[in-house]
Write a protein that binds this ligand. Structure first.
Ligand SMILES: [Zn+2]
Length: 494
């Protein structure tokens, strides 16, 4: 049995930590099984969007891929699935049932964004697509609406439960463990057995790893089987998260102040997981009387749809704090939250001056309805903007973090009189100590022949995590590697 790996994206040595993708080929006699763990979209670089994403085809032929394992529903882990379909993929998709429910909403939104981007690029270059459904190859989108539908069809055939063992071939099985990162997130364990010697090789992939103290989810489940290779993310490989409780208290104090002084609170939020965490947190605080009962509006059609999926799983054991509420906070009947999908209602809400809380996307303030809320309300000293998420360097959210006197939005100068507050502890990723602790929980610090591969991080994060892991594991026993993009490796079955 020959096992080889190719690292195709989301690496410290590539341009960008998005676009997660690792290829595994297992050859046994004449048969080769090819598996991809995640097929993420490379995000962030609008100018090189098409080139960055289509380069995957230089390394793999989608028609020859047997399985795609999706660790969770974030677009940087699943966004290229329709592109794979567009280029001949006919294999199976493997993900948890929660992920299967979330992905269609995420892919539909991603396609919409790409179509808008392609339109803007065409207009910019004064180059029109041949007809309104087709844009040129250079500007994208990377796939068609039909490919999205086909990809969703493949996903709908999936839907595994945690700890269920699935046979992929005579030599190989897959098992998912809860990653604690977002609803449905999975740590994936591939077990391969050499037919003659019966020797076993086990590969474990963290996907994105959640935190020990998640707001809604249980901490990452610990993989029980001994692993030979551990593929760990490293998003916060060089950071410690600040304690969350003081920041939660600060958010509650801000809401209390807004209620008494008639101010409005705007919280730009990621549609998946962060919005639902905020709904849960604020609902519980209002119900228990910790904060005054002022209206909460979830103003994002996408987030409203995703919240319906959370509602479906409220009674099915996915959330650690279910017992704290005697009703489902994600249902439309939640008395504290109003779910807004109508565009006109959103416009009216932006102009409304009253103590209220608006949760709206996009999380980094670069798209979506939150931009109108900000444009209308940033010039008012009766507004408080609470920034609770990661902001990429070029985003409007990052500019707001610097407390500027004004910002430019769509060519217009917007004066800022609103108060801006930063919250840094709401991340859904494990920080560097949690990443090291988890590696120690699933590997043996004394064993020999183990390898840790560090993926999904920026250069400094991955390098720092490497140092931390090397200090913990026996230097003769465990190799710690930061793979390069397109690097190929063979793995021995011991
Ligand atoms: Zn993620």
């Amino acid at each position: 049995m020959d096992v080889s790996l190719e690292f195709l994206g989301g690496l410290a040595t590539s341009d960008n930590l998005t676009g997660s993708c690792t290829a595994i080929s297992v050859s046994c006699g004449k048969k080769t099984t090819t598996i991809l763990v995640d097929v993420g979209l490379v995000q962030g670089d609008v100018k090189n969007f098409f080139a960055n994403n289509s380069k995957l085809l230089k390394s793999i032929n989608p028609a020859k891929v047997d399985y795609v394992i999706i660790t969770h529903a974030h677009i940087d882990h699943v966004g290229l699935l329709p592109f794979l379909v567009n280029n001949g993929f006919k294999g199976k998709v493997l993900c948890t049932k929660q992920t299967a429910d979330l992905i269609p909403i995420m892919l539909a939104d991603s396609f919409k964004i790409q179509r808008e981007l392609a339109k803007r690029k065409c207009q910019h270059a004064d180059e029109r697509p041949r007809n309104k459904d087709r844009t040129s190859k250079e500007t994208g989108p990377l796939f068609t609406e039909r490919d999205v539908a086909k990809a969703i069809n493949l996903i709908m055939k999936s839907g595994l439960t945690y700890k269920e063992q699935v046979k992929l071939s005579n030599q190989m099985t897959l098992k998912f463990y809860a990653s604690g990162h977002i609803l449905g997130g999975a740590i994936s364990v591939l077990t391969m057995t050499e037919p003659k010697s019966k020797k076993v090789l086990r590969l474990g992939f963290s996907g994105d790893l959640g935190r020990q103290e998640g707001m809604l989810l249980y901490p990452p489940a610990v993989v029980k089987e001994p692993l030979d290779c551990w593929f760990t993310e490293s998003t916060y490989g060089n950071k410690h998260h600040p304690e969350r409780q003081p920041e939660v208290d600060e958010l509650f104090a801000t809401i209390t102040e807004a209620a008494s002084s008639g101010k409005k609170i705007i919280i730009p939020s990621f549609a998946l997981q962060r919005s639902q965490e905020l709904i849960y947190l604020l609902t519980l605080a209002m119900k228990s009387g910790k904060i005054p009962d002022i209206p909460i509006y979830l103003d994002s059609p996408m987030s409203v749809k995703l919240t319906e999926v959370y509602a479906k799983y409220w009674d099915l054991g996915s959330f650690k704090n279910k017992h704290t509420l005697d009703f489902n906070p994600f249902n439309k009947e939640n008395p504290y939250v109003q779910f807004i999908t109508d565009y006109e209602e959103s416009i009216q809400l932006a102009g409304k001056m009253a103590p209220l809380i608006v949760i709206s996307g996009s999380g980094m303030c670069d798209a979506g309805r939150v931009r109108n809320h900000l444009r209308v309300n940033l010039p008012s000293d009766q507004t408080i903007v609470c920034l609770v998420g990661y902001m990429s360097p070029a985003s409007l959210g990052r500019k707001l973090q610097g407390n500027p006197a004004k910002v430019n939005m769509n060519g217009q100068e917007v004066i800022i009189k609103a108060q801006i507050k930063l919250f840094q502890s709401f991340s859904a990723h494990a920080d560097c100590s949690e990443l090291v602790d988890y590696a120690k929980a699933v590997l043996s610090v004394e064993a020999t022949g183990q390898t840790i591969f560090i993926l999904h991080g920026e250069e400094t994060g991955s390098a720092n995590l490497k140092q931390l892991l090397e200090a913990e594991f026996s230097p003769d026993g465990t190799q710690v590697v930061i793979p390069k993009e397109k690097e190929k490796l063979k793995i021995k079955v011991r």
